[in-house]
Design a protein around this ligand. Structure first.
Ligand code: ADP
Ligand code: ADP
Length: 236
């Protein structure tokens, strides 16, 4: 269970997120929608600690993630994987190495610096790429792939973290409709088969309706809707 209790984030005078309270159960597939500037991205970034909260607390299975430091924060960064609109791969490195980077927080600094990966980690990375239908790209520099392929690499990297939660910040906003479908289908499949909680910001309501069991609507930093897609249709 992920609990967001009275969370606020200010940037100077801007209140990006204002007193948000949410409870998200394990295995949910949640779509967060709202206009640009509504606070969606800041909310996700506070969950994975890329952004600090100004007020309030976020807990995951009773661990206060907003207070974590050092090793405990590293552990949270394994449990909580992030997918970005712009993929955030290392473009010069090959695809397989990018996927192995999902192991960063599982390994010692020395192993990371030397780039030493076990046979098992390599085999599992290739299996993750196969699952996403891009194993044939394993040895290409990630930056040479199409946007849709790059986002699939990012999903494979997230899977290598063995996360409990995947946060996706506008994962399909840079993709054409066909690739958008492949990426959303993959996230839904991971949610269904592994039971990993998925929370994804989306800018189109139709996508959220189609894929998510729960939709959270945000406006001006506040939650203005929270319910199943069918309730939204009734209100709209
Ligand atoms: P989005 O597509 O989520 O609306 P933005 O273009 O608003 O993205 O933000 C892109 C990046 O710039 C984010 O990392 C965000 O935190 C940062 N950012 C957004 N607004 C500001 C601002 N007024 N001042 C400084 N950084 C900002
Ligand atoms: P969304 O993801 O819904 O587009 P954001 O969370 O990116 O919304 O932004 C919410 C508000 O916070 C916006 O007004 C944005 O400009 C502001 N903001 C976000 N990040 C920063 C930042 N790093 N510095 C200053 N303002 C920011």
């Amino acid at each position: 269970m992920l609990e967001i209790n009275g969370v606020t984030r200010r940037f100077g005078k801007t209140v990006a997120v204002n007193s948000v309270n949410l409870q998200i159960a394990e295995g949910e597939m949640v779509g967060v929608i709202g206009r640009s500037g509504a606070g969606k991205s800041t909310l996700l970034r506070m969950i994975n600690r890329l952004v600090d909260t100004s007020e309030g607390a976020i807990t995951f299975n009773d661990v206060v993630v907003t207070g974590l430091k050092g090793t405990a924060l590293r552990r949270w960064n394994r449990d909580c994987a992030m997918i970005f609109q712009q993929f955030n791969l290392v473009p010069r490195l090959d695809v397989l190495t990018n996927v192995l980077l999902g192991r960063l927080n599982h390994r010692s600094t020395v192993k990371n610096l030397l780039g030493i990966y076990s046979r098992e980690e390599r085999i599992r990375s290739i299996a993750a790429l196969e699952r996403l239908d891009i194993a044939h790209t394993a040895l290409q520099p990630a930056g040479t792939l199409s946007g849709g392929q790059q986002q699939r690499v990012a999903i494979a990297r997230a899977l290598m973290q063995e996360p409990k939660v995947i946060l996706a910040d506008e994962p399909i906003a840079s993709l054409d409709p066909l690739n958008a479908k492949v990426v959303m289908d993959s996230l839904a499949d991971i949610n269904r088969r592994e039971g990993i909680t998925v929370i994804t910001n989306l800018h189109t309501l139709d996508t959220a309706r189609h894929y998510c069991s729960r939709i959270i609507g945000m406006a001006k930093g506040e939650v203005v809707f929270d319910g199943p897609p069918i309730a939204l249709t009734a209100n709209a």
